[in-house]
Design a protein around this ligand. Sequence first.
Ligand code: ATP
Ligand code: MG
Length: 246
Amino acid sequence: MRGRTEKLDRILGSINANFGQDWKKTTDDVFDEVTLKNLQQLISQGIINTIENVIATGKEGNVFRAKTIKGENRAVKIYRINTATFRKLEKYIEGDSRFKNSGNSPRDRIFTWAQKEYKNLHSMRAAGANVPQPYHVHKNIVVMQYLGWRFRPYPTVRELPPDKPEDFFEKLKLSVKAYRNHNLSHGDLSEYNIINRRGEPFIIDVGQAVPDSHPLYNQLHRRDMKNLHRFWKKYIPSLRKEDLKI
Ligand SMILES: Nc1ncnc2c1ncn2[C@@H]1O[C@H](COP(=O)(O)OP(=O)(O)OP(=O)(O)O)[C@@H](O)[C@H]1O
Ligand SMILES: [Mg+2]
């Protein structure tokens, strides 16, 4: 055990991570050896320079704030390489013709998933939707625009509903329309995955988004619209189901 801790300590030093007192919990939990190696590669490629702080920890992945050598912030999303992650993503990759020839091992599938999130961010942004700008994908790690101020990410709408819900919702609809015009369904569009950047909606967590050739395309979008209606009618009493025919 001690040996592992020392080894992690050494590698973390080499990836310039600075978690203060929290590092032991974070590292044991989050950074397996493959992930540490992948992070080191990202740093030696000059994509990021330091890992600054933990933004969110979840079952399938974790999000960190990182900095580039120029001192710009980045959000770094790292998928966990384990069977829970693998199970969750299987039904979305299966049937997505964009990833027909990806590898078969759980690890390869998780790498494919990170590529899928990167690609979805790219397509949605190109379509004109407000999503974080993607910068890079490497193995199980996606590097994207950081939505936050200093060390604090902007809140989700669940944490901070907007002051002007009607305006906010109209802008959100423009983003949804934009990616619908490019034949994508988000697949997990709830109050947890919409960030409120000072009144501007940003849609995040697009790993599971699928194109119209996917068998779940319609079903996922219907569920997304149901979720939006359920949440937003609390803030916009006049909201009708028809307003979500997007
Ligand atoms: N680009 C970003 N900038 C700032 N914060 C972010 C960014 N992306 C994600 N976050 C923060 O990290 C949290 C988790 O991110 P995300 O929703 O993408 O993954 P996840 O929640 O692990 O996936 P799942 O919803 O499947 O659990 C978000 O709620 C948000 O607070
Ligand atoms: Mg999420």
